[in-house]
Design a protein around this ligand. Structure first.
Ligand code: ACO
Length: 329
């Protein structure tokens, strides 16, 4: 790849994750729902999830993750001029969670808005922030994935309720012109796709304009599974092609954490060895837009992801939507 030095890159300065206080293991869940630890682990790899309490709304989780990301980035709220929150479970239909985070942190400059691409939301948000930062219109962004999916699942539907959890993750991205003599750091490329024909395979049964209620998650699990691996392969290969890189160049593959079997099948198909794959779905279940920043926070926190590493993030979710971003840490 010949790097374009005329525009800044969006460089990752810090990352932070936050989970609600209440942890519910598979065994505990099996006392409330007709399921078993064995079934859940075998089908998904999940061992536990965190469930938000009444006061732990999406904006509260998002703000906690944002504070950790700012501390890791050594930046203060006054440095931020763009807040993007990827979520499908806002506190209110409006105003946006992003404006609530902005107010909670005391940020008054710039813009704040939510972005809705379900489980692909964080990848879409990183790609969007990157375009703002590269254009020069904004300088320092808080990009957040935050969800309270426990409020959206039907706790009577064992085919979906066992799969999801709550949480938030945040990333600070700053626009930086790269020196001529160094390998560029930051978001190197991103690839986003959507295909609304798949609406019925993964959707909620309500919304303000249709039922005046939020509805519940409905998923045709087998169909979603069938599409997921091909979609992931599509956007990851697009990122490799755009940058002249391949699986051997990657230090870390950080997929959306929905299901261990999808993660393993995607990595195998792409020729990415298991030791390069960051998997945290076992720790907190599918937290939708929060799952990638939570996984990044885990792998940065334990020292796996370090400065200079090449990191591929990817996701697919309701819509369908799917996307990837390749980041030099
Ligand atoms: N506990 C026990 N048994 C269960 C449960 C449960 N929680 N749920 C379903 N079963 C039973 C079913 O009733 C069925 O029983 P039967 O054979 O007697 O009819 C059996 O288990 C098999 O059910 P399937 O639905 O066929 O199970 P499958 O092997 O397909 O696994 C799963 C289901 C885990 C949902 C899988 O299809 C999957 O992972 N799909 C992809 C989900 C995903 O990754 N989504 C990502 C995007 S999410 C987003 O964007 C919001």
């Amino acid at each position: 790849m010949t790097p374009d030095r005329s525009t800044p890159y969006s460089v990752v300065l810090g990352i932070g994750g936050h989970l609600p206080a209440e942890c519910v293991t598979n065994a505990e869940l099996a006392t409330r729902v007709d399921t078993s630890d064995e079934w859940i682990q075998q089908r998904t790899g999940i061992t536990r999830r965190y469930i938000a309490g009444p006061d732990e709304t999406t904006s509260v989780l998002a703000t906690a993750a944002a504070r950790k990301a700012l501390a890791a980035a050594d930046r203060s709220p006054s440095d931020i001029d763009l807040v993007i929150v990827a979520t499908s479970t806002p506190d209110y239909t409006f105003p946006a969670v992003a404006t609530q985070v902005q107010a909670a942190l005391g940020i008054t400059a710039g813009a704040a808005f939510d972005l809705q691409a379900v489980c692909s939301g964080f990848v879409f948000a990183v790609a969007t922030a990157d375009k703002f930062l590269r254009s020069g219109s904004h300088r320092c962004a808080l990009v957040i994935g935050a969800e309270t999916f426990s409020r959206l699942v039907d706790w009577e539907d064992r085919t979906t309720c066992v799969l999801f959890g709550d949480g938030a993750g945040a990333m600070v991205l700053e626009a930086r012109v790269q020196p001529e003599d160094a390998r560029p750091r930051g978001v190197l490329t991103s690839h986003l796709r959507s295909d609304g024909r798949h609406r019925d395979k993964l959707h909620t049964t309500g919304g303000p304009s249709s039922t005046q209620s939020i509805g519940h998650v409905h998923m045709e699990g087998k169909d979603v599974f069938r599409h997921a691996v091909g979609m992931v392969e599509d956007v990851v290969r697009a990122a490799f092609e755009a940058t002249g890189t391949g699986p051997a160049d990657l230090d870390w593959f950080v997929p959306h954490q929905a299901n261990r079997r999808i993660i393993d099948a995607s990595a195998t198909k792409l020729g990415i060895p298991p030791e390069k794959v960051v998997t945290t779905v076992q720790l907190h279940a599918n937290t939708s837009a929060a799952s990638i920043p939570l996984a990044l926070a885990e792998a940065v926190g334990d020292g796996r992801i370090a400065a200079g590493h090449l990191v591929m993030i990817e996701a697919m979710g309701g819509g369908f939507t799917w996307g990837s971003a390749l980041i030099r840490w």
